[in-house]
Design a protein around this ligand. Structure first.
Ligand code: NAD
Length: 427
C-alpha cells in the first residue's frame, strides 16, 4: 500500500495535531486531478483564526482571564461547522487542526459545510455552574462576529454539552434581538435540538465499525471491544456495541482503566461515572493500568478521548483487529504506519466520528424548516449516510491501494478543492 509518508519533522517524539494534519494532506496530491493540485495550498492554512480574551468575574468577586479561539479552516463548501472544546491544554494550533479535520470530515459525509472549531483554555471542572455560564456567554460574545446559522454553527466537543449550547444560542439570540435556534447544534430538544444527536457520534462509530467488520469477516456478535474515553462518544459507542451483542472488555477515562473478560455492564459503569465523576473505583470490573489498557486482547479498539493516544510507544502492543477512531487525531503518523505494517485496519476519525456532524446537519435542517423528524428516521438516515461514506472510501482504498485514512483524505480533499476551484480566486 502507498500510504502516509512521513516528513522529517514527524520523526520527532512530540508531534502536534496540526503537523499530523499537514502530513495527512501531503498524501493527497498524487491521487487528484492535476488542475486541483495548486489549490492544495489553501488546505495548508486556515482561512481565518480569531484569538480572544475571555474575562469573567469569579464567584469570589475576582476577575479571571481565559484565552479562547475560533478558527475557520475552509468555507469553500458552506458555512463553518465544528465543536467548541473547553480543556486546560487547548492551543491555537490544536484548534486549527480540529477545524481542518472538520473541513475534510464534512466533505467525506457530504454535508454542506466548511470546517471550523473553537476552544477555551480552561479547566471547567474548577468552575462553578454560574462561572461556566459567564465564561460561555462572554466567549460567545467575543466570537459573535464569526457566528450565524449561515456563517458558522458551533456544536459540543470535549467538556461542552447541551446546556453550554443553550447558553450560546441564547447569547447569540439576545445580541440579534431574535431567537436563532439554528446558530448551534447539539442543543436541548426543548430549544430545537434533534432526537438522536446525543448518541449520534457513538452510533456513527458503531456503523462504520460494523461496515469494516463486514468487509473483513469479523462478527460483531461476541466481539471484544476496548474503548478509551467514556464521555459523549465513548459511552454511546460502548453501549451501542453492547446492544448488538458485543462485549465491552476494557474501558479507560481520565480517572482510570477497567477490564472484565466476560464484559463490562455499560449502564452500571455509566451510573458509577455519574456518581463518582469517573470510572475509577467501579466495582463491576478489575482495575487496569493505563499501559495494560493498550495491551488488552480485543477485536475492536475505539479511542474516543483526545489526540495522540496511539503512539510509537504503544502501537506495537495493540491487539485489536480494527481501530475505529471516535476521537479526533488519536493516532500519530508514526503509530499509523506501525498499525498498517501489523495489518490492523484503522477506520479514520474523518470518517468514523462523522456521525455527530451528520445529525448536527439534520438538526440545522429541522431548525430552518421548523419541522422535526422522529428518532427512527434520524437513525435510519444516519446509518445510510455513514454506511455509504464508509463503502465509497473502502472502494477508493482498494482500487488505489491506499489506507482508509489516505482514501478518506483523497475523497474529502477532492470535494473541497473542486468547490474551491469552481469558485475561483477573489478578486
Ligand atoms: P467528553 O468530554 O464527553 O468525554 C471525554 C472523555 O475522554 C471523558 O471520559 C474523559 O475522562 C476522557 N479523557 C480525556 N482525556 C483523557 C486521557 N488523557 N486519557 C483517557 N481518557 C481521557 O468528550 P466527547 O464529546 O466524548 O469527545 C471525545 C472525542 O471525540 C474528542 O476527540 C472529540 O473531538 C471527538 N468528537 C466528539 C464529537 C461529539 O459529538 N461530541 C464528534 C466528533 C468527534
Amino acid at each position: 500500500m502507498t500510504n502516509t509518508f512521513l516528513p522529517s519533522y514527524l520523526s520527532r517524539e512530540n508531534v502536534g495535531p496540526w503537523e499530523t494534519y499537514l502530513a495527512q494532506v501531503e498524501c493527497v496530491a498524487p491521487h487528484i486531478d492535476r488542475h486541483l493540485v495548486p489549490w492544495i495550498e489553501t488546505l495548508r492554512r486556515p482561512k481565518r483564526s480569531l484569538i480572544v480574551d475571555v474575562p469573567i468575574k469569579l464567584d469570589s468577586g475576582e476577575v479571571a482571564h481565559f484565552e479562547g479561539y475560533r478558527v475557520h479552516h475552509n468555507l469553500s463548501r458552506g458555512p463553518g461547522k465544528g465543536g467548541i472544546r473547553y480543556h486546560p491544554d487547548v492551543t491555537l494550533s490544536e484548534v486549527m487542526a480540529l477545524a481542518a479535520w472538520m473541513t475534510i470530515k464534512n466533505a467525506v459525509v457530504q454535508v454542506p459545510y466548511g470546517g471550523a472549531k473553537g476552544g477555551v483554555r480552561v479547566d471547567p471542572k474548577r468552575l462553578s455552574l454560574a462561572e461556566l455560564e459567564r465564561l460561555t456567554r462572554r466567549y460567545t460574545s467575543e466570537i459573535n462576529i464569526l457566528l450565524g446559522p449561515d456563517r458558522d454553527i458551533p456544536a459540543p466537543d470535549i467538556n461542552t454539552n447541551e446546556q453550554v449550547m443553550a447558553w450560546i444560542m441564547d447569547t447569540y439570540s439576545m445580541n440579534q434581538g431574535r431567537t436563532a435556534t439554528g446558530v448551534v447544534t447539539g442543543k436541548p430538544i426543548a430549544l430545537g435540538g434533534s432526537l438522536g444527536r446525543r448518541d449520534a457520534t457513538g452510533r456513527g462509530v458503531f456503523v462504520t465499525a460494523r461496515e469494516a467488520a463486514r468487509k473483513l469477516g469479523v462478527p460483531i456478535e461476541g466481539a471484544r471491544i476496548a474503548v478509551q474515553g467514556f464521555g459523549n462518544v465513548g459511552e454511546a459507542a460502548a453501549r451501542i456495541f453492547s446492544e448488538h451483542g458485543a462485549r465491552v472488555v476494557a474501558l479507560q477515562d481520565e480517572t482510570g482503566a477497567l477490564h472484565r473478560e466476560s464484559g463490562i455492564d455499560v449502564a452500571l459503569a455509566s451510573a458509577h461515572r455519574e456518581q463518582a465523576g469517573g470510572l475509577k473505583g467501579f466495582a463491576g470490573a478489575e482495575a487496569l493500568s493505563a499501559e495494560d489498557f493498550w495491551r488488552a486482547p480485543c477485536d475492536f479498539l475505539v479511542p474516543a478521548a483526545v489526540e495522540n493516544q496511539i503512539t510509537q510507544h504503544n502501537a506495537a502492543t495493540i491487539q485489536a483487529r480494527i481501530v475505529v477512531e471516535g476521537a479526533n487525531g488519536p493516532t500519530t503518523p508514526q503509530a499509523d504506519l506501525i498499525l498498517q505494517e501489523r495489518g490492523i485496519t484503522v477506520v479514520p476519525d474523518v470518517l468514523a466520528n462523522a456521525g455527530g456532524v451528520t445529525v448536527s446537519y439534520f438538526e440545522w435542517v429541522q431548525d430552518i424548516s421548523s419541522f422535526f423528524w422522529s428518532e427512527a428516521e434520524i437513525n435510519q438516515r444516519l446509518d445510510r449516510i455513514m454506511s455509504e461514506a464508509f463503502n465509497s472510501i473502502w472502494d477508493v482504498s482498494r482500487a488505489r491501494s491506499l489506507s482508509l485514512r489516505t482514501a478518506a483524505f483523497v475523497v474529502g480533499c477532492k470535494r473541497v478543492l473542486e468547490a474551491r476551484a469552481l469558485r475561483g480566486l477573489y478578486p
